[in-house]
Design a protein around this ligand. Structure first.
Ligand code: SAM
Length: 237
């Protein structure tokens, strides 16, 4: 085997379980309270951002230093509180600078409770409804509203419309991050027909990733972190 083939062989599969376990050993919650909430969510289970995703976002935010975040897909509010805590630790801002949108009423109520209970209601504004509809309503109600970072983590088959509507409220130097864009690695199994219950999401995400990569408005990269992250930066015209 030539050296180049050896390199390909040893570097090809970087996302196996042993590597993920190794990397998640480095994970540290931002605060003990967030760590406890994570443990409870993982046990329940509630689908919150994975440890390695959080680890990446932590450093990414340290580099990009967003003062405001919009999230589509709150669940119980874990990632919204992570964003609020991170911004507070970096910039000492805690002034309704994290907006989060949840479609499911029960989840929304629970998130409001968890957020208030942990004292993050100073930083976080929660919205009940569909991501796209809430953003359009936000624009109608508030006029000029802009976010430095937008995190899309909701219905996988709606990522394209979430992205299009997010562009309306992204600040000039802002960045959009989409979670789960490798969807348990299923997207890479090109020749295989996904099982029925995953078919819609798999096909929609394949189309979405293709769209993001080929649309000339964006510079983007797909990262094999957690369940797949796509970083999207509109190109300045
Ligand atoms: N970001 C959360 C975290 O890491 O703590 C996890 C979000 S969970 C993966 C996805 C959430 O998106 C679910 O609670 C679901 O109800 C919500 N959702 C689904 N479709 C939505 C939509 N159209 N608009 C807003 N939220 C939606």
């Amino acid at each position: 085997m030539s050296d180049i083939n050896v390199m390909r062989h040893v570097t090809k599969d970087i996302t196996n379980e042993a590597v993920t376990d190794y990397l998640t050993n480095f994970y540290k919650p931002l605060t003990p309270e967030l760590g406890e909430l994570r443990t409870a969510c993982e046990a329940e289970p509630v689908p919150i951002i994975l440890r390695e995703t959080e680890d990446f976002l932590n450093t990414f935010m340290e580099v990009t230093r967003p003062g405001s975040v919009l999230e589509i897909g709150t669940a119980v509010g874990y990632s919204a509180m992570f964003f609020a805590e991170k911004i507070y630790q970096m910039l000492e801002i805690a002034d309704k600078n994290v907006f989060t949108i949840e479609k499911d009423e029960e989840m929304y109520e629970r998130a409001c409770f968890e957020i208030k209970n942990r004292g993050y209601d100073q930083s976080i504004r929660s919205f009940l409804g569909d991501g796209e509809e809430c953003i359009d309503k936000m624009i109608d109600d508030m006029g000029e509203v802009r976010f430095d970072m937008i995190f899309i983590d909701a219905a996988k088959s709606h990522y394209k419309r979430f992205l299009e509507t997010s562009l309306k409220v992204l600040s000039e130097d802002g960045v959009i991050i989409c979670d789960d864009t490798l969807f348990q690695g299923r997207l890479a199994l090109e020749g295989e027909i996904p099982p029925r219950k995953h078919r819609t999401n798999t096909l929609a995400l394949r189309e979405f990733n293709e769209f993001v990569k080929t649309d000339p408005r964006f510079s983007s990269t797909h990262l094999a972190v957690g369940n797949g992250l796509t970083i999207i930066k509109p190109i300045k015209g």
